[in-house]
Design a protein. Structure first.
Length: 159
């Protein structure tokens, strides 16, 4: 029996799931290079001249930031691995739902890693007050743009 359209786009559920998965994977293709570059940058930091002069706070922020970047990469690549290992299992709905959650978690860890990077750099360059300011402003920026803005309704007006 042929699938019937399931929404106002005229898509069947299978078509909608295919589109949702494709959109998600395309979004991850945009985000992944950034987090990978951040991770590579962080990997090189301890091998730079002067690293032995960091404070305990800077060392701890660095390591937490590195861990968050690693977790972000793992979470953002996980949908691809999940798909590859299960692509013939006919569980597309499960794949889309789990992959969506993994991507959101990856974005959260990426935001924390980016804030940590700003905190580390601000502390090295400017000291404690600037660290608090830049850390707070960075965190608010991500909270507003990445988490609050997508939840606002009717921001762009009606079409």
């Amino acid at each position: 029996m042929p699938s019937r359209p399931s929404d106002d786009r005229g898509e069947t559920e299978s078509q909608r799931l295919d589109r949702n998965l494709l959109e998600l994977l395309n979004e991850l293709r945009v985000a992944l290079p950034g987090v990978q570059v951040l991770f590579a940058f962080l990997l090189a930091v301890p091998f730079q001249r002067g690293w032995e002069q960091v404070t305990a706070f800077q060392r701890d922020v660095y390591f937490a930031t590195l861990c968050c970047a690693l977790i972000a990469i793992a979470l953002m690549i996980a949908p691809t691995a999940y798909h590859r290992l299960n692509f013939r299992a006919r569980r597309k709905r499960e794949l889309v739902m789990i992959s969506n959650r993994l991507a959101i978690a990856g974005i959260v860890f990426l935001a924390v890693a980016l804030v940590g990077t700003m905190v580390l750099i601000a502390d090295v360059l400017f000291g404690a007050v600037a660290t608090a300011v830049f850390g707070t402003v960075s965190a608010l920026l991500f909270l507003l743009l990445w988490f609050a803005l997508p939840k606002l309704k009717d921001l762009g007006g009606s079409e």
